[in-house]
Design a protein around this ligand. Structure first.
Ligand code: AVJ
Length: 331
């Protein structure tokens, strides 16, 4: 493995970038999204420090079955997954979050390898710091090399990593992308991996609509807070004057596209100024900003995703209710 120092400087360099470059990206996307019709904002804007903490709270809600269901699948099958992945020694996680489920995979991998390298990749350094701390304190045998990177655009860094690789893309994060974008993301990922490397993909499955709606509109109002927080972030980062009380959290099931949608709906006719972007935005009563899509999959949607990306389905693990699936895809 590489010396600690070269990795350490890589981490520093990337952190500095993340403080400067994505700000430009965010400005462009906010400008574009709020000028578009219908209005929209990219879901990655949710994850500032407050939003990342709120998402953690969401994963602990009784209505948000995704995390506990996927966790149970990993608890039962992590050793089988790692074996099926051909005992990779380098484990990469996209959108690492706090890495709670990842711990189960790392423990299973340590049964087969004396030393494991873990590379959490995320756009948010908040998430990466949580992941790194957790692994460092619970599994000191694992060497952790965080990477701040927008993995939706480039994966080239991954092809330079040594050893057989297993990439984790879990939590149904792929569900934020429209089908074409999801295939292209996985296809770009595939081209930065080598034959024999594999990908564990977590996907939330179709289920009765009332269960889906409750998962995104919880009784404690945490998801509403999470959704509205994007406006607070824009107020702070772009000197805007969104009045959060005049927007409502709004969740819809889009059956045609098999996705849950989150919107922020203007309660009144109003004008909002985003001073740093020289932008004024007018809202009609009931007009919405579309803030997130969360696709819900069927086995055939997973098959076409895999084949469009040039990946082969090796095996799938589910819970008894078939609410969530973890699929091993091979390059
Ligand atoms: C992190 C994209 C998987 O879609 O369920 C949770 C984000 N949004 N509640 C999801 C989210 C509202 C979550 N993902």
């Amino acid at each position: 493995m590489h010396a600690g120092s070269s990795w350490a400087s890589g981490w520093l360099r990337m952190s500095v970038n993340s403080a400067v470059l994505p700000l430009e990206d965010d400005a462009r996307e906010v400008l574009r999204g709020l000028s578009a019709r219908p209005k929209m904002l990219p879901p990655r804007l949710f994850y500032d420090a407050a939003g990342s903490a709120l998402f953690e709270q969401i994963t602990e809600l009784p209505e948000y079955y995704l995390t506990t269901t996927e966790q149970a699948i990993f608890e039962q099958y992590a050793p089988a997954m790692v074996r099926a992945a051909g005992s990779a020694s380098t484990i990469i996680e996209l959108g690492a979050g706090t890495a709670r489920k990842t711990m189960l995979v790392l423990r299973a991998a340590l049964q087969q390898h004396r030393s494991i390298t873990f590379i959490p990749v995320d756009v948010s350094h908040f998430a990466l710091e949580m992941a790194q701390q957790r692994v460092a304190s619970e599994l000191p045998q694992v060497s952790v090399h965080p990477l701040v990177m927008d993995y939706t655009s480039k994966f080239s860094t991954l092809s330079r990593l040594p050893g057989r690789k297993l990439v984790l893309y879990i939590g149904s994060s792929i569900g934020n992308f429209e089908p074409m974008a999801a295939s292209s993301l996985l296809s770009r990922l595939r081209s930065s991996l080598a034959p024999g490397d594999s990908l564990l993909l977590g996907t939330d499955m179709q289920k009765p609509v009332d269960i889906l709606l409750r998962a995104y509109d919880d009784s404690a109002g945490v998801t509403a807070h999470f959704n509205l927080n994007v406006l607070a972030r824009i107020n702070r980062e772009f000197d805007a004057d969104f009045d959060l009380a005049s927007f409502a959290h709004c969740v819809r099931w889009n059956r045609r596209d098999s996705r849950i949608e989150m919107h922020l709906s203007s309660r009144i006719r109003q004008r909002v100024c985003i001073n740093d972007l020289d932008l004024t935005v007018d809202f009609a009563p009931g007009e919405t900003i579309h803030t997130e899509n969360s696709y819900k999959f069927t086995p055939s949607m997973i098959s076409s995703l895999a084949s469009n990306a040039g990946l082969t389905i090796e095996q799938t693990w589910c819970d008894e209710r078939n609410w969530f699936a973890v699929t091993l895809l091979r390059v």
